[in-house]
Design a protein around this ligand. Structure first.
Ligand code: NDP
Length: 283
């Protein structure tokens, strides 16, 4: 970087009401560990200012930014293009400068898959996914792109669940079905991977997923997107039944790793990032 321009390369995080975002410490720890003169800056941006903020970031040479609620969908018209999975899901959480263009990517599902890869290759597997919101949508699309055999979406709201199933069938030609979640759900025999993609359990260690625990069998992978608490009730129950439990903190670290890779081109040290995140979260 030429002298007199910026002291640091800049990456941002555009959100509303996300003060104290612990991922700032995680990303900056990666930059510092790898000797990069980069900064990751939390920016409070209102929906009405989003377009101006994106143009400002571009004009000021930002290398990219994360965006979270409420900007994941509304940011799209302000960008120059989309990556494959972001285009399928219609949501962006990570913007990357490529040449003079700002390209929208989605790292949530990629982070989940990277975390899942430590336990199982999803290709050819049968999946049950609770939820059809932003996180579940991102995970379902990445699982589809990774070649799962079939996926069952279990969601409380029928329209939201149906919309996700339709997207998976139409855009990815995936064998997908919806179960509207009304009572304890029985995981079908032969299921390989069970995922809680809802917010049930967030800051609520005793919150219970409406699920017949006897249908969780030894060896099944049971994953949770919830990262606080790290060991949710679902994961404790799954571990007690000899399932392979996968926590949401791994997904959060891995989506950060994918973002840093996109922005800087380097593969950051995951242990350094996880340690910084845990410290920032007081774990
Ligand atoms: P959304 O608001 O988009 O979706 C929430 C989902 O949870 C919906 O499917 C909703 O069902 C379901 N849900 C919420 N409460 C209940 C309930 N009481 N009973 C049944 N279903 C319920 O949220 P996100 O998808 O953005 O986030 C979901 C979770 O994922 C959050 O806890 C978030 O912190 C976590 N997350 C974790 C990440 C990580 O890296 N580990 C990354 C991103 C998110 P319905 O459609 O019926 O309303």
């Amino acid at each position: 970087m030429s002298e007199g321009k910026f002291l640091h390369e800049l990456v941002g995080s555009m959100s509303q009401g996300a003060a104290g975002n612990p991922t700032v410490a995680m990303i900056e720890a990666a930059f510092a560990h790898h000797g990069l003169q980069w900064r990751y800056i939390n920016m409070e941006v209102t929906p009405g200012d989003l377009g101006t903020a994106v143009r400002g970031a571009k004009a000021m040479g930002f290398r990219g930014f994360n965006c979270s609620l409420p900007h994941k969908v509304t940011v799209i018209p302000h960008l120059d293009g989309l990556g494959e999975s972001a285009a399928v899901m219609g949501a962006v959480n990570c913007v990357v400068r490529r040449g003079e263009k700002f390209i929208g990517e989605n790292t949530d599902g990629k982070g989940f898959l990277k975390s899942l890869a430590s336990l199982v290759d999803p290709k050819g597997k049968s999946v049950v996914l609770f939820g059809a919101g932003g996180a579940a949508r991102a995970i379902a699309v990445e699982l589809g792109l990774a070649g799962v055999k079939q996926i069952t979406i279990v969601n409380r709201s029928e329209p939201r669940g149906a919309e996700l199933v339709e997207l998976l069938r139409d855009k990815l030609k995936l064998e997908a079905q919806l179960v509207v979640w009304r009572a304890d759900y029985t995981v079908p025999a032969g299921t390989d991977i069970v995922i809680n993609g809802t917010s049930i359990g967030l800051y609520a260690p005793d919150a219970r997923l409406a699920l017949d625990l006897n249908s969780l069998k030894p060896g099944m992978v049971v994953a949770d997107v919830v990262f606080n608490p790290v060991r949710t009730r679902l994961l404790e129950d799954a571990a007690a039944r000899d399932c392979c439990a996968l926590d949401g903190l791994g997904m959060l670290v891995n989506q950060g790793i994918v973002g840093v890779q996109y922005w800087t081109g380097i593969t950051p040290d995951s242990a350094v990032m996880r340690a910084a995140l845990e410290t920032a979260m007081g774990l």
